[in-house]
Design a protein around this ligand. Structure first.
Ligand code: NAD
Ligand code: DAU
Length: 360
């Protein structure tokens, strides 16, 4: 295991859960340095327990990954020997509305980080640049078939095209400069601390507020869902035992259509807050009555399904949280963590960031 791990995007959904999981890992005795620009998707509250419990081993640097000089200083200051690169613009709908930031952060930002690693590590071998990527780089599947590590890239949204580009840069640095790298391409994550623009938290919170549940197109697009802790355990296995230069697919092996998920969420929320007791619900209505089929997302990929036999066989990875259990935990988390939810819905978290981080 490495001593000084630089996590980028650690205040976001998967990154903050990763930091929590890594500190709990018995093999890890080192420090975590988190670089985050604190975009709309970040919430330092995601790590308030970590700041308290790991004071001597957790360090936060507000910084943009595109800023080479800053990252270079941070590399030297903390003697970084491993990078786990989560930072990205991550929401497909936003990439359709406004792609520029996706190009800047996902492509230029990754390039800048790679360059910092190359210049600081030179010929060092006991270091690692681990890049977090997505199954969306492989494009869209029909009714059958799976994405393998060998599947040709065929990205179809500005988001997935920017992630594909960053994957290619990471591989180029391995082949050209011998930079020790690994890449993981993961399917759809869900769980605590996910920004409520993504399907699952968005639908849960809309139910609580008695608002419509907008399902794109016919609702039959399929995603492969994985609980965020399972994703992060898989990443830790790759960091510890993965072969340099290799790519590993990570997936939940749980294919679900969007409409089936929304129906399941309606039932799970109803178990905890029955619609009849929710003051925001019209009398006599069920949560399922809020479902509304709306205009489809442009270029909406039809189906994703990951084959993750390689990581299972080579690194003994297994998912531990079945979908129904994960959904129950997730619904409970959003219903119980009203302070976190309200800080986001009211925009209060942004004021908090301004107050506490404006000087950095
Ligand atoms: P997120 O949007 O919740 O968090 C992204 C974080 O990166 C935020 O904290 C943000 O402030 C930070 N960030 C953005 N631009 C930055 C910049 N220029 N400099 C420094 N920090 C910056 O994203 P997420 O869902 O946690 O995804 C994390 C990574 O995992 C991304 O690379 C994404 O492509 C990948 N991924 C996500 C999923 C998923 O289902 N969410 C699945 C597979 C892969
Ligand atoms: O597959 C991995 C990817 O999963 C990650 O790389 C991305 O960062 C992450 O955002 C996610 O992308 P998706 O586009 O699959 O996730 P999203 O939650 O936006 O949408 C999931 C599905 O639900 C998709 O088919 C679109 C649909 N959807 C989404 C929203 C927000 C709806 O029908 N209605 C909605 O309101």
């Amino acid at each position: 295991m490495y001593n000084n791990i630089l996590v980028t995007g650690g205040c976001g959904f998967i990154g903050s859960n990763f930091i929590r999981t890594l500190f709990k890992n018995n093999n890890f005795k080192g420090n975590i340095i988190n670089i985050d620009k604190l975009t709309y998707a970040a919430n330092p509250l995601n790590l308030s327990d970590i700041e308290k419990n790991y004071k001597s081993r957790y360090f936060f640097e507000k910084s943009c990954i595109c800023n080479f000089d800053n990252t270079d200083k941070i590399f030297k200051k903390y003697n970084i020997d491993c990078v786990v690169h989560f930072a990205a613009e991550s929401h497909v709908d936003r990439s359709i509305e406004s792609p520029l930031e996706f190009i800047n952060t996902n492509i230029t930002g990754t390039f800048s980080l790679l360059e910092t690693a190359r210049q600081n590590w030179k010929e060092k071998k006991d270091v690692l640049f681990h890049h977090i990527s997505t199954d969306e780089v492989y494009g869209s599947l029909g009714e059958t078939g799976f994405f393998y590590e060998s599947t040709c890239y065929d990205p179809r949204s500005p988001y997935s095209a920017s992630k594909a580009s960053s994957d290619h840069l990471v591989r180029a640095y391995f082949h050209t400069y011998n930079l020790p790298v690994t890449i993981t391409n993961c399917s759809n994550n869900y769980g605590p601390y996910q920004f409520p623009e993504k399907l699952i938290p968005f639908m849960i919170l809309n139910m609580i507020k008695g608002k419509n549940l907008p399902v794109y197109g016919d609702g039959k697009n399929v995603r492969d869902w994985i609980y965020v802790d399972d994703h992060n355990e898989a990443v830790i296995k790759v960091i510890e035992k993965g072969i340099k230069g290799q790519t590993y697919n990570i997936g939940g092996e749980t294919e679900m259509s969007n409409i089936d998920i929304v129906n399941l969420l309606c039932e799970s929320v109803n178990d905890l807050i029955p619609a009849s007791e929710n003051k925001n619900m019209e009398k006599g209505k069920n949560y399922k009555d809020l479902i509304k089929f709306v205009k489809d997302r442009p270029g909406h990929d039809r189906r994703y399904a990951i084959n993750c036999d390689k990581i299972k066989k080579d690194l003994s990875f297994n998912q531990s949280i079945p979908f129904e259990k994960g959904i129950k935990k997730t619904v409970e988390w959003y219903l119980n963590n009203t302070d976190w939810v309200d800080s986001i819905l009211t925009g209060e978290y942004k004021n908090w960031i301004k107050k506490n981080y404006s000087d950095r």
